[in-house]
Design a binder for this molecule. Sequence first.
Ligand SMILES: [Ca+2]
Ligand SMILES: [Ca+2]
Length: 136
Amino acid sequence: MNDQDLLDYEMITTFELTVRIGINEYSTFTLINVTVHVQNVNEPPKLAPQRFIAQENCLSGALVGPALSSLATDPEDDMLTFRIDFDGTNGLVLLNAASGQLSFNFSTPTRPSGSGHPIDFETAPASGSYLAIVEV
Ligand SMILES: [Ca+2]
Ligand SMILES: [Ca+2]
């Protein structure tokens, strides 16, 4: 935990102090109340790296994992949108911007050429990096 995590608007919005102002080692003093208001900061959404398993020979349109919206959280509960920032699949995977649902798309002309199914474990194990960036 970082020190900055100790001051979280989503956990506490204000806190109060009583400050003693004195002279001569507080033989004479005044007490004042100080209220500190914590200002909210829009923090980015959180989503741990995900690893999904796909069945070979699946149909185009087959879903890949659960919708990322069901896994991502945002401290302010902002509405999240999703996009692929880097595509190591050459267009084999689509991402729904609203739900974060990944699905296969075998109709794209940019997919690697070959005679078999694009997801065939024995002849051409499809591998790639599927990196999804969650943005608010
Ligand atoms: Ca916040
Ligand atoms: Ca946020």
